[in-house]
Design a protein around this ligand. Structure first.
Ligand code: GUN
Ligand code: ZN
Length: 440
């Protein structure tokens, strides 16, 4: 019975503070021989094997040798309907949307088709160690039903929402402000806090929604203060220019959302590549989050996200990592951390292995206001975790010799090697609510 008390023994790594603001000594928790005790899908106890094994001597225990166990990865921005159109050649954002994205999303009026893709999509997430994601569906309410049905069967903590768009898109993908409001409201009542599922009001971006539609989205947030707001913000220069033309009364791109009441504690904005310091300041003040999507920003040629500005001590912003499939090119959060490192390198800054892993775990949980439930191994949190194999390939086995690490410096080097070289091959096993959900 997987809901009864059981334990996992192995090498554990998680974060108890934000390493962008605290030292590694105060933020990194590394237990080379640890015990994680699980009951009813939650963490019941966590500590060194030495300290805990007498208390839990008779528990059924799974032991992982030469592996590294981390909290499940959190993908703070991804589109499930774009599963099949990943790696579409040759365009930047606005052309890419018209040429590839909109025709594909049209298929999701079909519930059975949406269910089929949702199942493939969630399987791919699990294979890559991602246990929670903030997910775009399409304009069709049935695309949200299909996604949540599949996620619910897998007992995953997932956030999704129907896309709101009422202009500058093909007729088969547009709604109206009133219809979008009513359909979203029904979906919130059906799915928000249904098991582990949560709802996000999801206007696509300022270009595809009129002011009236954005205001009705704001009204939904007033009526349901704990639902999320999920949208795109300042990704591409042409996009930013067009938004300025469409909303001449707004001070900035972010101000368009702000005037509609869409900038708050549960708001998550994807990209933010072109943000001004004033907009960063406003996001910090509002406690809103940014999803940094490095593979997407490079693939669409959007630009380099200023992570050092977003994580500055003077105007700290909640930041998570996003794959942004299908503009992003990998489902792997390991690959996403690797590309985040390179985006930071190009700006003459650095991103340590610990900071990158923080963004993919506890940082993501904080960005999604789920750090009371997810993100590290604190007792009481939900038992979603990943068993990484830092020696998954012949190359990685040689690169990551001497495992497990004897010091934090050695650990940092091995984690860095695993992020740079790893992908789904390095995901040995994945646990969802304490139960084995994927094994390589
Ligand atoms: N901006 C508006 N829609 C999209 C989308 O589907 N993908 C990305 N990357 N940016 C967008
Ligand atoms: Zn996106």
């Amino acid at each position: 019975n997987p809901s009864s008390l059981h334990a996992i023994r192995g090498t554990f790594l998680d974060f108890i503070n934000d390493p962008f603001y605290a030292s590694d000594a105060d933020s990194v928790r590394y237990i080379s021989d640890g015990l994680l005790v699980v009951e009813n899908g939650a963490i019941a106890d966590f500590g060194t094997y030495d300290d805990l094994h007498n208390r839990y001597a008779n528990l059924p225990t799974e032991t992982y040798f030469n592996k590294l166990i981390t909290p499940g990865f959190i993908d703070t921005h991804i589109h499930y309907p774009q599963y099949e159109m990943v790696a579409a050649y040759g365009e930047q954002l606005l052309e890419w949307l018209n040429k590839y994205t909109f025709p594909t999303e049209g298929k999701f009026h079909d519930y059975a088709y949406a269910q089929k893709i949702a199942a493939l999509f969630l399987d791919e997430l699990l294979k890559n160690g991602t246990t929670t994601a903030l997910v775009f569906a399409t304009v069709h309410p049935q695309s949200v039903d299909a996604f949540f049905e599949v996620a619910s069967r897998l007992n995953l903590r997932m956030i999704c929402g129907k896309v709101l768009m009422n202009r500058y898109a093909p007729d088969f993908l547009t709604d109206t402000p009133q219809r979008a409001y009513e359909e979203s409201k029904k979906l919130i009542q059906k799915w928000h806090n249904n098991g582990r599922l949560l709802y996000a009001v999801t206007p696509r971006f300022a270009i595809t929604s009129t002011d009236e539609q954005l205001r009705l989205a704001g009204q939904l947030l007033q009526e349901f203060p704990d639902v999320y707001l999920h949208t795109h913000l300042s990704e591409n220069l042409q996009e930013v220019e067009w938004v300025a033309e469409l909303f001449p009364n707004s001070k900035s791109y972010l101000d368009v959302y702000d005037r509609a009441g869409l900038v708050g504690k549960t708001s998550v904005f994807a990209h933010g590549v072109q943000l001004t310091d004033e907009e960063f300041q406003r996001l910090s003040h509002a406690k809103a989050a940014i999803s940094f999507c490095p593979t997407s920003n490079l693939f669409l040629g959007s630009g380099l996200f200023k992570l050092h500005t977003a994580k500055s001590a003077t105007m700290p912003i909640k930041v998570g990592l996003g794959t942004d499939i299908g503009a992003g090119t990998s489902f792997s959060m390991l690959q996403t951390m690797s590309e985040a490192y390179k985006v930071v390198q190009l700006q003459n800054q650095s991103l340590s292995a610990f900071k990158a892993l923080f963004l993919a775990t506890l940082g993501g949980a904080i960005a999604l206001s789920l750090d009371d439930k997810l993100g590290n191994f604190d007792p009481g949190k939900e038992a979603d975790f990943v068993v990484l194999d830092p020696q998954a390939t012949p190359l990685m086995a040689v690169r990551n010799q001497g495992f497990p690490a004897k010091s934090r410096e050695e650990l940092s080097d091995q984690v860095f090697g695993t992020l740079m070289l790893g992908d789904d091959r390095a995901i040995h096993a994945v646990y969802v609510a304490g139960t084995l959900a994927h094994q390589k």
